[in-house]
Write a protein that binds this ligand. Structure first.
Ligand code: TYD
Length: 206
């Protein structure tokens, strides 16, 4: 199984991911957890270029390609071999983030990003993507004081990010679920687990 958690910064993704991974382990899954971008040496180097505060100009198209390149390495080095071993992947962000942050919010063509990413990942798409949704003012209030390069883009950008996630998820009704993340963490987690069970059963019956 290949699960992705995604959503606007400050939606509470890390907490939910940790609870989900622990539960999957208790259910007998051999779980591999990764962050995108990151989780490989190359991915971590690209991540520091993308998220570090520096003065080097990076165009939106170059930014899109950098996120995508980190993802190619992650697929080749970790995800593809793990899936071949029958392990369960839980990934913190994936293609959806690029389509939304650099596409819907960053003004690149979302379909072009999908095409680029299908090539970059050899078409490895997740079985399920859970989008944690919160209004931008709540999300921003949850972020710490030190913002990274992406988090510093301001509320208008993040409004486009949030609506991009909502719009894009409507295109994938069979594999993407939007979860109201303004509720208590335990409630959010029980939705994720209930949906995950459905996806696991669906996969088993194929
Ligand atoms: P995130 O994964 O949320 O890590 P942390 O919790 O350590 O901040 O941060 C990654 C940032 O990069 C986040 O602002 C979303 C952004 N991003 C993109 O703009 N495009 C992408 O393709 C990906 C994967 C992330």
């Amino acid at each position: 199984m290949f699960f992705v958690l995604d959503g606007v910064d400050g939606a509470g993704k890390s907490t939910q991911l940790e609870m989900f991974v622990q539960w999957l382990g208790e259910q007998g899954h051999d779980v591999v957890t990764c962050s995108d971008p990151g989780s490989t040496e190359l991915g971590e180097q690209i991540r520091s270029i993308l998220l570090g505060k520096h003065e080097t100009p990076i165009s939106m198209r170059a930014e899109m390609m950098l996120f995508t390149t980190a993802r190619t390495q992650l697929i080749q080095q970790i995800i593809k071999p793990a899936l071949a071993r029958g392990q369960t992947i839980v990934l913190d962000r994936y293609i959806f983030s690029t389509v939304v942050y650099q596409g819907h919010a960053g003004d690149l063509d979302p379909d072009e990003i999908w095409t680029t990413n299908r090539i970059a990942t050899e078409n490895h798409l997740p079985d399920a993507t859970f989008i944690l949704d919160v209004p931008v003012d709540i999300a921003m209030a949850r972020l710490g004081k030190t913002l990274d390069r992406m988090e510093s883009r301001g509320n208008e950008y993040f409004e486009r990010v949030r609506s991009g996630f909502l719009l894009e998820s409507q295109r994938w009704p069979d594999t993407v679920d939007v979860i109201d993340a303004t509720r208590p963490p335990a409630e959010i987690q029980s939705d994720i687990r209930r949906l995950a069970v459905q996806y696991i059963e669906r996969r088993a019956s194929k």
